[in-house]
Write a protein that binds this ligand. Structure first.
Ligand code: GLV
Length: 332
């Protein structure tokens, strides 16, 4: 491979479609084909790179960037970019990009999968059956909560939140949403189309039968769903989080689920990932869990990899990358 090509550090093996975009255009090195590289491994490996293509499992901060003064772009293969210190990147003139849009529908589908699994006790039913505990049809066995006609509260009515709302129409649900800022573009149209009503945060927590969380992780949203918020919910409510783990306070969630304050929850994301098997939350039968699978369809992961690669290549070619997060660094 030509040494004049720009050098990209790909922190972990990504779908081949993304790597194929880089072929012939960049000299890329995959740091780890299995497992997650440690912070120090990434820090050592970035030296001499022109771009980094990390996943959400790698923290990219000012120290890492100081070790790689040649890096022009951090092309994150995720829509969320809380793993990247954007302020540190901006201060160093480094572009940060993400992968919005391509995973919206896939993640919305998964939020519904979890919502239905928790509402209708699918995982408990599966275990019950496999354990040989199914002796007869029980008139009061494993009763769940109806979706049909219920109120769905969406926290964060952006791309994914509004895609979740669109799917609620088929269940004839009332949709309410809390969004920290006025709705933009397509989300505003969706709210109108599905008749979604804006609510303040407390109102949403009080009125919803199902609560689905779709905010990015920021200083303002960390532990947004904590003891105070969970004290407001209906005891029959179901909470679903497919956004970022730290948006929900795990100790408060444990308390609410184990005391009957909250009927059930489903989590695709955790404060610390991977969640360990002896985490107290995992002892709760009314919690459905998944290992951060929101965007995990074959098509979507391919698209995310391609998008991240194209962002990196655009930045390296001196173009404004399509999904630039920190527009301030763009000098044109
Ligand atoms: C997945 O969680 C993503 O942010 O893309």
């Amino acid at each position: 491979m030509s040494t004049t090509l720009p050098k990209i550090l790909v922190t972990r093996k990504i779908p081949a479609a993304g790597l194929a975009c880089l072929d012939g255009k960049a000299n890329y090195r995959i740091l780890r084909t299995q497992g997650v590289p440690s912070y120090d491994e990434v820090k050592a490996a970035v030296r001499g790179a022109d771009a980094i293509l990390p996943l959400l499992t790698e923290r990219i901060d000012g120290d890492i960037l100081d070790n790689a003064p040649t890096v022009k772009v951090v092309a994150n293969m995720a829509v969320g970019f809380d793993n990247v210190d954007v302020a540190a990147a901006t201060a160093r003139g480094v572009m940060v990009t993400n992968t919005p849009g391509v995973l919206t529908e896939t993640t919305a589908d998964f939020a519904w999968a979890l919502l239905m699994a928790a509402a209708r006790r699918v995982v408990e039913g599966d275990r019950f059956t496999r354990d040989g505990r199914w002796k007869t049809w029980e008139p009061e066995g494993l009763l769940g909560q109806d979706l049909y006609g219920a109120t769905l509260g969406i926290i964060g009515f952006g791309r994914i939140g509004s895609a979740v709302a669109r799917r609620a129409v088929g269940f004839d649900m009332d949709v309410i949403y809390y969004n920290p800022s006025p709705l933009k573009g397509e989300a505003r149209q969706v709210a109108e189309d599905v008749g979604a009503r804006s609510a303040d945060f407390e109102e949403l927590m009080r009125e919803s039968d199902f609560i689905s969380v779709h905010v990015p992780l920021t200083a303002d949203t960390r532990h947004l769903i904590g003891e105070g918020a969970l004290a407001l919910v209906k005891p029959t409510a179901v909470l679903v989080n497919t956004s970022r783990g730290p948006v929900v306070d795990p100790a408060a969630l444990y308390q609410a689920l184990s005391s009957g304050g909250l009927w059930a929850a489903a989590l695709d994301v955790f404060e610390k990932e991977p969640v360990v098997p002896d985490d107290p939350l995992l002892s709760l039968p009314n919690l459905v869990v998944a290992p951060h699978l929101g965007s995990a369809s074959v098509t979507t992961r391919n698209r995310m990899a391609v998008m991240a690669a194209e962002n990196a290549l655009a930045a390296l070619a001196g173009h404004r990358p399509p999904n630039l997060v920190n527009g301030d660094v763009w000098k044109g």
